[in-house]
Design a protein around this ligand. Structure first.
Ligand SMILES: Cc1cc2nc3c(=O)[nH]c(=O)nc-3n(C[C@H](O)[C@H](O)[C@H](O)COP(=O)(O)OP(=O)(O)OC[C@H]3O[C@@H](n4cnc5c(N)ncnc54)[C@H](O)[C@@H]3O)c2cc1C
Length: 414
């Protein structure tokens, strides 16, 4: 029996395009990604075959505007479709998000930002190059911004620097947890342009596409993590890497404008984990009904404690989906404070609920369900990673929510 949509198009009011893209991702996820997920996880290997399927389905260009040959999904359409991938392979969904952000941020989102006519003209010219690579050549982009310090939390300028030279920049620095490291064709690197007196400023953040085979780019380090093992998020080192001018994914200064006026850009890590929340619940229902693949048809659904646990899981899943859908639907430029707070609440809820559902699923299904031959163990491990994702970790969301709830702009107790 095919899986039901996470968001029924009629009940949730999806557009025909949203429904169509979600159906495409669901079909691919179920038929192709789910059967491969355990092996990628066990071997901590990048899901190359899944990326071939994503390319064949046109999904590498899901957020490339239609006039550039892509599928033209806007923010909400992408988020709903991506959640369906998360149900079947968390690591594929998470790495796919890193790739897609290089198109979503430079496409739908950048179109919504203020730019001077010169900035707009330059952006249009450069993004054409980048979209062509994806649409025609199937190139894959990664999104390394983490450095192990406060920059990825948005508190300080990135320590990776770009120094202006004739025709481009010279890049130096290091990124940690670079998902797709060694497997992407380009790294969408966030770094600080060294200017004036050399005092770094977040306003001078650059977003540059760095070719994986450029001289001076190195992938290093072990990769043997608890979860999301197939993301292969190793370290990246840049030593005097020349980055040509046309590799600016956004005009200088525009990334910082995006951070300030389009905060929902950081909610794009959540669909993966909402998908994991859904599958933890779905698996539990199937298992208790005696319908889980690979298990003898033993039913466990008649025990009241299990019914109660499933009821609790159902409530938690509905809460997470409703809040998330609302927050995603509110994404826009310069959202009011209430909408930003809801986005933080949605991020926190999805990331924490996914792991809580996985925990309850294992307890409720019982001992055999945590064997690695079933997906629950992987879902449990993968879902634990969601709350750690900067810049909106679970802790940072709580910090911001607490402050925002108690202080209006300009208020202080100092
Ligand atoms: C599976 C996986 C895949 C990932 N993929 C990518 C990727 O593709 N690209 C990428 O850029 N990153 C990626 N990350 C990294 C992720 O987004 C975080 O940056 C990383 O988990 C932070 O690790 P850390 O040990 O530096 O965290 P922490 O030490 O928790 O945080 C780093 C810094 O943030 C600040 N900070 C943390 N908590 C708070 C707080 N409560 N209040 C104020 N400041 C705080 C502090 O300055 C701290 O030093 C991935 C992570 C995982 C687990």
């Amino acid at each position: 029996m095919p899986d039901r949509p996470m968001f029924d198009p009629g009940l949730w009011g999806l557009t025909p395009r949203e429904a169509e893209l979600a159906a495409l991702c669901r079909r691919l996820g179920r038929e192709r990604f789910a059967p491969r997920a355990a092996r990628y996880d066990r071997e901590a290997r990048f899901p190359t075959e899944n990326y071939r399927d994503l390319r064949a389905a046109g999904l590498l260009a899901i957020c490339v505007p239609e006039r550039y040959g892509g599928l033209g999904a806007d923010y909400r359409a992408y988020m709903i479709a991506a959640a369906e991938i998360g149900r079947y392979c968390g690591a594929t969904a998470l790495t796919f998000n890193m790739h897609v952000c290089s198109c979503l941020w430079t496409g739908d989102l950048a179109d919504d930002l203020d730019m001077t006519p010169e900035e707009r003209e330059g952006h249009e010219r450069r993004r054409r190059i980048h979209y062509r690579r994806i649409v025609e050549e199937g190139k894959i982009y990664a999104q390394p911004f983490s450095e192990g310090g406060p920059a990825a939390a948005g508190l300080r300028p990135f320590e990776t620097t770009a120094r202006r030279v004739d025709g481009g920049w010279i890049l130096n620095g290091r990124k940690i947890f670079a998902s797709l490291a060694g497997n992407a064709d380009y790294y969408g690197v966030l770094c600080t342009e060294v200017r004036g007196d050399g005092t770094p400023s977040r306003r001078d953040t650059l977003y540059l596409a760095v070719a994986a085979d450029a001289p001076g780019v190195r992938v290093e380090g072990e990769w043997d993590p608890l979860g999301m093992r197939a993301t292969v998020s190793r370290d990246l080192h840049f030593t005097d890497v020349f980055v040509p001018e046309e590799e600016a994914l956004m005009p200088p200064g525009v990334y910082h404008r995006a951070v300030l006026s389009w905060p929902h850009m950081f909610l794009t890590l959540t669909p993966t984990y909402l998908g994991l929340a859904q599958v933890a619940y779905d698996f539990t229902v199937a298992y208790l009904r005696g319908e889980a693949e690979g298990m003898p048809p033993v039913r466990r659904r008649m025990y009241p404690t299990k019914q109660l646990a499933v009821a609790q899981m159902h409530v938690m899943l509905e809460q997470a989906k409703a809040l998330w859908f609302r927050a995603v639907s509110e994404a826009r430029r310069d959202p009011p404070k209430e909408a930003v707070m809801r986005a933080w609440a949605a991020q926190y809820t999805v990331m924490e609920t996914a792991n809580e559902l996985a925990r309850l699923a294992i307890r409720t299904c019982g001992g055999q369900a945590m064997l690695e031959k079933f997906p629950l163990a992987r879902i449990y491990r993968d879902s634990r990673c969601g709350s750690l994702m900067l810049p909106w970790t679970a802790e940072i969301c709580l910090d911001r929510l607490g402050r925002a709830a108690l202080y209006e702009e300009g208020e202080t107790d100092d």
